[in-house]
Design a protein around this ligand. Structure first.
Ligand SMILES: NC(=O)C1=CN([C@@H]2O[C@H](COP(=O)(O)OP(=O)(O)OC[C@H]3O[C@@H](n4cnc5c(N)ncnc54)[C@H](OP(=O)(O)O)[C@@H]3O)[C@@H](O)[C@H]2O)C=CC1
Ligand SMILES: O=C(O)C1=N[C@H](C(=O)O)C[C@H](O)C1
Length: 253
């Protein structure tokens, strides 16, 4: 069975990657793509007006929508999908707590899958972090993420997910963002550093140090294609699920 998808943010970096990755797959077809600036084709797909999103859902009835946009638009697209009962996969980061609440509300009417990172490598890094942190009790932890110079949110959504993983396994810790002037470490804090440069697709390093040794767990995305491929795997997996909140780790099981 071919799973048909709608793609939002078609003129964005990830929107283009998703359309390119979808063109290479036999199990998926693109029902429509939307943008706030419709007109030109992206990856051979006509780009329609984002203002017509609800109508496009009704007329094309896609199995899933794949969204990499911005926090406000993500919620609008999710609500429209919930109303239409269409599965919604989103990798949009920078959502507020209220934004996550709205996304969870959408999940009461349609299947919703959010992941701050759709790479298998980050899924593996998260498992490694959850194992290393309790094994290295009392070690200092510093998290550094590096992204392209056009990224809006900081720290990255992936960094926030990893910080939550650390809190899960060793209890809530103080997060210290950057370091300047008289700023010694306090016990148990996690230092968080965000770098922005060039066209780096995404790097995350978790450094644990203590007891005259250090362990560095690092993931580097070679291109955005890895995120697009993971999001499409998620869309194919989510398409026929019941309404509810799903996680990318379930797709990988
Ligand atoms: N989870 C993951 O694995 C990954 C997540 N991301 C996240 O995906 C998101 C997009 O990243 P990226 O593609 O680099 O960003 P871009 O800025 O390149 O693209 C975002 C696109 O979203 C649309 N958009 C933005 N704001 C609005 C709005 N207010 N209303 C409607 N549409 C809007 C625009 O598309 P248009 O004008 O065509 O409508 C824009 O081009 C970010 O949150 C990023 O952190 C990125 C990579 C991987
Ligand atoms: O904006 C990006 O580019 C990325 N955003 C995601 C994040 O905020 O973690 C995932 C990936 O690192 C690329």
């Amino acid at each position: 069975m071919t799973v048909s998808i709608g793609v939002t943010g078609a003129t964005g970096r990830m929107g283009g990657e998703v359309l390119a990755a979808a063109a290479d797959r036999d199990d998926l077809s693109v029902a429509f793509a939307v943008s706030r600036s419709p007109g030109d084709e992206v990856e051979g797909v006509a780009v329609e007006d984002a203002a017509d999103f609800a109508d496009l859902l009704a007329s094309h009835d896609p199995d899933a929508v794949v969204d990499f946009t911005g926090p406000a638009s993500c919620i609008e697209y999710a609500s429209a999908c919930a109303e239409a009962g269409v599965a919604f996969v989103t990798g949009t980061t920078g959502l507020s707590e209220g934004g996550f609440d709205a996304l969870r509300e959408a999940a009461s009417e349609a299947p919703v899958l959010y992941a701050s990172n759709f790479s298998r490598g980050i899924a593996a890094l998260r498992r490694a972090v959850r194992e290393a942190v309790p094994a290295l009790d009392g070690y200092d932890i510093e998290l550094t993420e590096t992204h392209h110079n056009a990224k809006r949110d900081a720290p990255s959504g992936t960094a926030l997910t990893i910080l939550d993983d650390i809190d899960d396994v060793r209890g809530d810790s103080e997060r210290v963002h950057g370091r300047e002037g008289e700023a010694p470490r306090s016990e148990g804090e996690v230092g968080v550093h965000a770098r922005r440069a060039g066209d780096i697709a995404g790097e995350h390093e978790v450094l644990l140090a203590g007891n005259h040794e250090s362990l560095s767990l690092t993931h580097r995305a070679g291109s955005r294609g890895v995120f697009a491929a993971g999001a499409l795997d998620a869309a194919a997996w989510l398409a026929d699920r019941d309404a509810g909140w799903y996680d990318f780790t379930e797709v990988l099981e």
